[in-house]
Structure formats: structure tokens, C-alpha cells
Design a protein around this ligand. Structure first.
Ligand code: FPP
Length: 250
């Protein structure tokens, strides 16, 4: 992960946006439909927001699709989500390639069935050469898992004598987290009206600007994204410095 700029400046477009896509179930229930219809409608918002972020030259977009805790949802909903991921991976790859978007899945993919794991590998391979934007889909992901996973890898290296315990610092641990190849999360958006991070990109959001939108994910389109981007452009990012030390917001 690229560390924050030591001389912070106000930039109007975030390099990396992460989104907790919340509200699918409530959107469906409000229309008297089963919750799963909300997830289906949510796929359209995913497509739309990917295109909008690509147009705005965002470098990385990270979407929380399935948390480690989501396994505890009703079996029927989990099954449908797995089917939806499998279908979406197959169907959307062409469009991603056309838009020069590289797909990366972050999370413990070993928890998925073999068919889905194979699809993930195939979709990542098919878009591996794309350089316009990275779309990270967090699936069977948890922010704590990410840090624990990195800690395990460092411990293995230490036990093998390849690093000393005193070598371990933030930069080294960061290298073993799942978004280490990308800029730090600048803007973290949560849709659906709740105001919490829910074990998403915990390590990577240390200095993120947070934006909570009341819009339910299936309704989250250009206007709602623009609202978040406008709010971001007005924030003064200080990275621990005083306001006098950082450039005024343009
Ligand atoms: C949260 O809404 C949403 C999810 C747990 C699933 C998100 C999945 C999609 C948008 C579809 C597939 C996406 C990709 C990237 C393949 P919720 O069900 O918690 O809504 P609620 O808070 O209203 O109950």
C-alpha cells in the first residue's frame, strides 16, 4: 500500500474508493420482494459504479460483497449469493476487459466451492493485463482476517530465519495485506444509512475519509456517488498534522 503523502495536499478525486454496499435486503422488502431480488438489483449498481469510477479515473475500487460473517445468513440467501457471484464473474469479465479493469478478489477464497474458486482464478487471469483501474471484490473477507493473515506470514518468515522480529514494522506488515499493491483507501463509503465499518478494510482505512449515505445500494447511482465525491473534495486531510501545516482546501 502506498503510504500517505508526507506533505498532504487536497486532491479532488480519491485514488482508492472502498464501498460497503448495504441495503439490498431492505430495498427488496420495501417493494414486497424477497431479499434476494435486492442482491440481483445490487449487481446493476455494481456495474454502474464501476463504470463511473473508471470514467473519473479512480485507480482502485474495493467493494464489500461478502463478509466472513455473512455465512451465518439464512442458507437460502447464502446459496443465492454464491450463485450470483459465480454468474456475475462469468458474465461481467468481457465488460471489465473492454473497460480495461483488472479484477482482484480479496478474502479467504478457500472457503468457496471449487467451481467458484475456478471462476475467480479464471476471471482474474482474463483481466490480468488490464491497467485502467483495479476492481477489488472482497469476498469471504474480514479486515481482522487480513491483518491476522499478514501476521501469520510474517511469523512464518521469522521462524524460518528470513526476517528478524525487529524487522517487523508497519511497512513490512502492510506488504502481506491484501491491498498492498494499491494506494491506501482515500474514501470509504457505506450505503444504506448505518454508520459503522463492519470489519471492512480496517488496516487500509486508517486515514480514509468516511462517507455514510442513506441511499440503499440498489439505488446508489451517479448522483449519490457524486455527493460522496463532492464531500470528499471539501475535506481537509491532515494525516495527523495541524490545519495550519496543510494546504488550504481549494
Ligand atoms: C448487503 O445488503 C449486501 C450484501 C451482503 C451482498 C452484496 C452483493 C451484491 C451487491 C451483489 C453481487 C456483487 C458482486 C460484486 C458480485 P444487506 O443484504 O445487508 O441489506 P440489508 O441491510 O437491507 O438487509
Amino acid at each position: 500500500m502506498t503510504q500517505p503523502d508526507p506533505q498532504p495536499i487536497s486532491v479532488s478525486t480519491p485514488r482508492h474508493i472502498a464501498i460497503i454496499m448495504d441495503g439490498n435486503g431492505r430495498w427488496a422488502e420495501a417493494q414486497g420482494q424477497p431479499r434476494v431480488m435486492g442482491h440481483r438489483a445490487g449487481v446493476k449498481s455494481v456495474r454502474n459504479v464501476v463504470a463511473l469510477c473508471r470514467e473519473r479515473q479512480v485507480e482502485s475500487l474495493t467493494l464489500f460483497a461478502f463478509s466472513s460473517e455473512n455465512w451465518h445468513r439464512p442458507e437460502r440467501e447464502v446459496k443465492l449469493l454464491m450463485r450470483l457471484f459465480t454468474t456475475v464473474l462469468r458474465r461481467e469479465v468481457k465488460l471489465l476487459k473492454k473497460n480495461d479493469v483488472r479484477l482482484k478478489i480479496i478474502g479467504d477464497v478457500s472457503g468457496f466451492d471449487e467451481k467458484l474458486q475456478a471462476r475467480i482464478l479464471q476471471a482474474e487471469a482474463d483481466t490480468a493485463e488490464c491497467t485502467g483501474m483495479v476492481l477489488n471484490i472482497a469476498a469471504n473477507y474480514g479486515g481482522r482476517w487480513d491483518v491476522v493473515n499478514a501476521a501469520r506470514k510474517l511469523t512464518e518468515l521469522a521462524l524460518q530465519g528470513e526476517i528478524a522480529v525487529s524487522d517487523i514494522d508497519e511497512a513490512l506488515l502492510d506488504r502481506f495485506t491484501s491491498l498492498s499493491d494499491q494506494a491506501e483507501v482515500d474514501l470509504l463509503i457505506r450505503t444504506g444509512g448505518e454508520q459503522r465499518i463492519s470489519n471492512f478494510v480496517l488496516w487500509q482505512c486508517a486515514y480514509s475519509e468516511l462517507f455514510f449515505s442513506d441511499t440503499l445500494w440498489p439505488d446508489f447511482g451517479e448522483a449519490a456517488l457524486q455527493e460522496a465525491l463532492d464531500a470528499f473534495a471539501c475535506r481537509q486531510r491532515r494525516f495527523g498534522l495541524t490545519s495550519a501545516q496543510v494546504a488550504p482546501v481549494a
